[in-house]
Design a binder for this molecule. Structure first.
Ligand code: ZN
Length: 60
């Protein structure tokens, strides 16, 4: 499960977690191409919806 954190959550391109931006809403890395794009907003909404749908992690 660790490699999810080194991929852009929008396009799934590999990113360096040390240098990439992170979407604060979903706490996942996003590459420069996707940052601020409509796709990012869409994915973000999808993920947040999924989390609200009973998949709540208590680890934060
Ligand atoms: Zn991307």
């Amino acid at each position: 499960m660790e490699n999810i954190f080194s991929k852009c959550f929008v396009c799934e391109k590999e990113v360096d977690p040390e240098t990439s931006s992170r979407n604060p809403a979903v706490n996942l890395p996003v590459c420069a191409n996707c940052k601020g794009s409509d796709n990012e907003k869409k994915k973000e909404a999808e993920l947040l919806e999924g989390m609200a749908d009973g998949f709540v992690c208590g680890c934060i």
